[in-house]
Design a protein around this ligand. Structure first.
Ligand code: GLV
Length: 316
């Protein structure tokens, strides 16, 4: 079985896959195969193991005449033309399990950093542009505040658990309410999107990038937020109209934002870079030594189990 891995990831998580199949990675020193390179060689492979931002298009799926499975190294899979793959009988899998806890850590970290101004103070201390004093550098406590979680899937729930431990009240909006037994684990209450936006002190986006969630945070919805509220995005950039958010932050219409993902992918809008009330991280929600290997092992297991039998995490 021939497997093409698009990214030069650590090998530890791939050890079982490598021991069983003929696995190709980009050459040493090269970060990733380009789309064009994969297009050229994909006809030779039974399996493509793609990364979250590698486009798996209809064109590529057509060229992959031997492709049986695309194993995506990510929870999200909007980089893949899933409908077309389904039509061609190609199975698509993803890696939600190892992504859950680290992404919730990141949302919690951004929330702390924004509300307690950790990154802002660090930056200004270093540049000597900071006034000490009891009434300077004021932020907001988490304890007693309301966290509104938009998208109460695995990551949303992992964040709710952390928020509850920090003494926050949790409200959420989701396609449908959770089972009351699950809600009671976090003392979480289902509310409409409008109520969530209007009543939350922090809003965390934890929903996938779909036509329904596109620009769910925009000029109008931002206007409904409390002026003291913050917004955290560890999901996908297109959920926020970034220029409307930058304008609201610049005009201090809301308190702050913590963003791990951006509308332009790896390109952060210039308008955000100048603002001190936003914390920016480069899509590092799953960027830990542990999780890199855990995701590789999970993506590998999806492939091995597909051929040898066993549970796979399929999206089509
Ligand atoms: C990361 O962003 C993922 O979708 O796993």
């Amino acid at each position: 079985m021939k497997v093409l891995v698009t990214y030069n990831m650590f090998r530890d998580g791939y050890s079982e896959l490598i021991s069983k199949y003929d696995v190709t990675f980009p050459a040493e020193g090269k970060e990733s195969f380009t789309y064009e390179e994969v297009l050229e060689v994909i006809h030779e492979y039974d399996v493509l193991q793609s990364m979250y931002n590698f486009p798996v298009t209809a064109e590529l799926l057509d060229k992959g005449v031997n492709l049986k499975i695309v194993s995506n190294y990510a929870a999200g899979f909007e980089n893949i033309d899933v409908d077309y793959a389904t039509k061609k009988g190609i199975v698509i899998t993803n890696t939600p399990d190892p992504v859950t806890e680290p992404t919730a850590d990141m949302a919690m970290g951004l929330m702390l950093s924004v509300m307690r101004r950790i990154a802002d103070c660090d930056r200004r201390l270093r540049t000597k542009d900071l006034e000490w004093g009891l009434l300077n550098n004021l932020g907001y406590s988490l304890w007693g505040k309301t966290l509104g979680i938009y998208g109460m899937g695995r990551i949303g729930q992992a964040l709710a658990r952390r928020a509850k431990a920090a003494g926050m009240k949790v409200v959420y909006n989701n396609r449908r309410p959770l089972d009351p037994k699950i809600e009671s684990l976090y003392d979480a209450r289902f509310v409409s999107f409008e109520e969530l936006i209007k009543t939350s002190d922090v809003i965390s986006l934890n929903a996938p990038n779909t036509p329904d969630t596109y620009h769910i945070i925009n000029k109008e919805t931002i206007k409904l937020m409390k002026p003291t509220a913050s917004i955290i995005n560890t999901a996908r950039g297109p959920l926020i109209d970034e220029s409307a958010l930058a304008e609201a932050l610049r005009n201090r219409e809301i308190y702050g934002a913590g963003l791990d993902v951006f509308e332009g992918g790896h390109k952060v809008s210039e308008e955000l870079l100048d603002l001190d009330n936003v914390v920016l991280t480069p899509h590092t929600g799953t960027q830990t030594y542990d999780v890199r290997n855990e995701m590789a092992a999970f993506a590998s297991q999806n492939i091995i189990n597909f051929f040898e039998g066993g549970k796979i995490c399929r999206v089509n």
